[in-house]
Design a protein around this ligand. Structure first.
Ligand code: SDX
Length: 393
């Protein structure tokens, strides 16, 4: 049945779409961006350099990187009138609801970068989305707390700018700790792109109709919000908190194995990885670094996470089904230690994944064979039959 259910994002064949951006080997736990292993990029590169690699296919020279970083930096503010969109939301609106709405609204503001057939407009739309997503995410966070928006500061790097926009207040400047900024940048890199996951496929399918690029990215944000996908980092930390103490772990493992219980271990399993998610390994190292810096290496949530991972990986149910911790298992612990509420975890995932959505959007639009996506189906409904008048039913 593979051919019938294979998603076709607009290409004429029934095979899966073609891309030269990201390669995953789920059996071997391999993730490459333009051929470079994610472990090396996360440990030796930084997010904006990885953005350049994903967008243009090669690692930049020093001059190319400086030019790219300047272009992103000079687009970090949003149109001042767009601030009005935030006040239309209730204060308790989920930041993902706000991001979906505000990013979709960008389609009504930035008319000079919506013509998908103009390479220059595609480039400007790409830079605007990567540059403005941290600002929008931080504004959604500030709005939910009733605090004033904090404008970006061009002298700061991408991750430091985001942290400052989230945690600075007029009464007290937030000084970004370089280790936290490095951990934040690494989280961005680890979430940057991941082949044809649900939200990227959503962006591709929406874009294949020629729709406004900002509206297509808003569709990707909406899809990512789901707890089976990008919402898992929020659901995972809430699960770890619900478990609370190490002695309650067996109770939750039993529930995850019970076919009659819809409960699943959040942060475990993956549609593709049937081995360790390479991102989780790097994320776990970052979690140790950040919590040690914060002096909370004995964080009860981290203790529960490590013991849960140990017990699950010793349990045949999980090892035989190849259910290993994924990228979402440790990211929430780091973000929680930084001071983010769980409601901000998925917006940070969306902020990071914007470059992956944009890179794949650009790749698809530059393919001469692109057609509107039309996923196939296997019809299992009633056969042809005649209408029956209501009195005869
Ligand atoms: C992301 O696609 C991507 O690339 C996504 C992503 C990205 O970067 O874009 O990597 C980000 O979405 C990571 C996944 C985050 N989601 C979660 O952590 C939520 C918890 N995980 C599950 O909901 C689940 O593992 C999925 C949704 C991720 C995958 O679901 P599948 O495809 O059904 O998993 P599977 O086919 O491998 O399941 C095999 C078996 C099934 O049981 P049986 O029907 O064989 O009896 O394992 C069971 C599943 O019920 N199972 C779990 C489980 N995940 C799968 N049982 C308990 N706990 C779990 N977490």
């Amino acid at each position: 049945q593979g051919d019938i259910f294979t998603y076709d994002p607009g290409f004429t064949s029934t095979a899966a779409c073609e891309s030269n951006i990201t390669f995953i080997d789920g059996e071997e736990g391999v993730l490459l961006h333009r051929g470079y292993p994610i472990q090396q990029l996360a440990q030796q590169s930084h997010f904006l350099e990885v953005c350049y690699l994903l967008l243009y296919g090669e690692l930049p020279s020093a001059e190319q990187l400086e030019d790219f970083e300047n272009r992103v930096t000079n687009h970090t503010m949003i149109h001042e009138q767009m601030k009005n969109f935030f006040s239309g939301f209730r204060r308790d609106a989920h930041p993902m609801a706000i991001m979906t709405g505000v990013v979709g609204a960008m389609s009504a503001f930035y008319h000079d970068s919506t013509d998908i057939h103009d390479p220059w407009q595609r480039e400007v739309a790409s830079i605007r989305l990567i540059a403005k997503m941290p600002t929008i995410a931080a504004m959604a966070f500030k709005y939910s707390m009733g605090q004033p928006f904090v404008y970006p500061l061009n002298e700061l790097d991408y991750a430091s700018n985001f942290l400052r926009m989230c945690f600075s207040v007029p009464a007290e400047e937030y000084h970004v700790d370089p280790i936290l900024a490095r951990a934040m940048d690494r989280i961005f890199t680890l979430h940057a792109d991941h082949e044809q996951n649900a939200s990227t496929s959503t962006v591709r399918l929406a874009s294949s109709s020629g729709a406004n690029p900002f509206a297509c990215i808003a569709a990707g944000i909406a899809c990512l919000w789901g707890p089976a996908h990008g919402g898992a980092n929020q659901a995972c930390l809430e699960m770890l908190r619900e478990i609370g103490t190490v002695d309650r772990i067996p109770e939750f493992i039993a529930r995850a194995k019970d076919k009659n219980d819809p409960f699943r271990l959040m942060g475990f399993g993956h549609r593709v990885y049937k081995n360790h998610d390479p991102r989780a390994t790097v994320m776990k190292e970052s979690a140790d670094e950040v919590l040690e810096l914060m002096g909370i290496e004995n964080n009860p949530t981290l203790q529960v996470a490590k013991e849960l991972e140990k017990q699950a990986l010793e349990d045949p149910y999980f090892t035989e089904k190849k259910l290993f911790p994924n990228v979402d298992f440790y990211s929430g612990i780091i973000l929680d230690a930084m001071g983010f509420p769980t409601s901000m975890f998925t917006p940070i995932f969306a902020l990071s994944r914007t470059v992956g959505w944009v890179a794949q959007w650009k790749e698809m639009l530059t393919d001469d064979h692109m057609k509107i996506g039309r996923p196939r189906q296997l019809y299992t409904g009633a056969g042809a039959r005649d209408y029956i008048e209501v009195e005869n039913r």
